[in-house]
Design a protein around this ligand. Structure first.
Ligand SMILES: [Zn+2]
Length: 248
């Protein structure tokens, strides 16, 4: 019936997850099953947060989920159902870290025995399995690399260094192109950021220089983001900077 599932990101303390019912298991009524059901080796196991985030829900679901907790990370909510009410260790608004115990397994709601129903809500329910298996399922590395990019860029262009991009940061952005900015200090943080987004920097890699490879890379970025001008040049205060700084 239940099988041990090897996961990279734990939702049960101790890391042993026995899958009793999968997402959308295709046997009649279970096809609407919007998460995965787990039991642990102890009968009643502590539930831990799969990723750092903010507690955005603690309460009761009358449609069968019982007592549950929702945690939001990078606009994606991870939901833990059938919890034991008296075991709640967190409150709405709390910031919690990956692996932190949030509650204990229970059987509240429509559950026949102690278990965890784990679900992922992202504009509707999606299969939780990739979130259990992938290194960075919530895109936190991208969030962190963006913050680092903004800070390093602000330092390079003489803007106020607070890691938050706004009109002041944008007002100090320079024009960088193969003809104007080969060695501009802003190029290195830009290259590190583009690389973290998966862009190919060509043979030169992160070298702090805006050469032909960077021109091609920026053209690709402008094309991918459907910017109005595709010229491989980053003009001061314009579209490409706005997109890079998420100010558009
Ligand atoms: Zn379930």
């Amino acid at each position: 019936m239940s099988k041990l599932l090897e996961v990279k990101n734990n939702v049960l303390k101790g890391g042993k997850h026995y899958l009793t019912s999968d997402y959308k298991t295709r046997n009649g009524e279970r096809s609407t099953h919007n998460g995965m059901d787990f039991v642990g080796p102890n009968g009643v196991d502590d539930i831990i947060a799969i990723e750092e985030g903010t507690i955005t829900y603690t309460g009761y679901d009358s449609s069968g989920g019982g007592y549950w907790i929702g945690i939001t990370t990078n606009n994606i909510q991870h939901r833990y159902f059938h919890l034991k009410k008296e075991s709640f260790k967190v409150s709405k608004g709390d910031k919690i870290s990956k692996g932190q115990v949030i509650a204990t397994m229970g059987s509240t709601g429509n559950a026949t025995a102690n278990c965890l129903h784990f679900a992922i809500y992202k504009n509707g329910y999606v299969d939780p399995k990739p979130y259990l298996m992938n290194e960075d399922p919530f895109g936190l590395n991208n969030v962190n690399s963006y913050k680092m990019f903004v800070k390093d860029l602000q330092a390079a262009i003489g803007a106020n260094v607070d890691g938050i991009a706004g009109p002041e940061t944008l007002s100090k952005t320079p024009t960088i192109s193969t003809s104007t900015g080969w060695n501009h200090k802003a190029v290195r943080p830009l290259q590190i950021y583009l690389k973290s987004l998966g862009y190919d920097l060509g043979k030169c890699g992160v070298d702090g220089q805006f050469g032909k490879d960077m021109k091609a890379c920026i053209k690709k970025y402008q094309t991918d983001n459907k910017l109005p001008i595709i010229d491989g040049k980053i003009s001061a205060k314009m579209y490409t900077w706005k997109k890079l700084l998420k100010l558009d």
